[in-house]
Unconditional design. Sequence first.
Length: 135
Amino acid sequence: MTLLPQSSVPAAFDRGHLYSPTLGLTKYALDDRYVYDYRPGDLYEPMPEAPRGNPKAWAWWWQNIAAAPVPDFLGLRVGDHISVQHVTCTGPGEVIATERGGAVVRYPLAKSDLTRRTHSEMYIRRRNNAGHWYP
């Protein structure tokens, strides 16, 4: 069994990936046919699935459920420095917010003549078996 972080949100580990499961996925943790490590959250239960096909319902879900501030997300806290997985590479990032549905990370951008921006932000929800966080 994998050691899961103590967290305000639930934690699950499946096939090398750490994430916070939704209500629909937690039933598999209790079913003998599906085995993955699962740990309930200290403050929050698993999130319900996002509504599909109704933009107003999705916006309500995002604002009232997913974006609720939490003390940590899967052990990540504001100010933590982590490794972020981008499409083609990995790089450093700093956690700037933790929410029930994930963490917001600020990461440096490569210097470019096309923009003056030096950083961007990304919402991360999972960590792979190499220790890199990604959306």
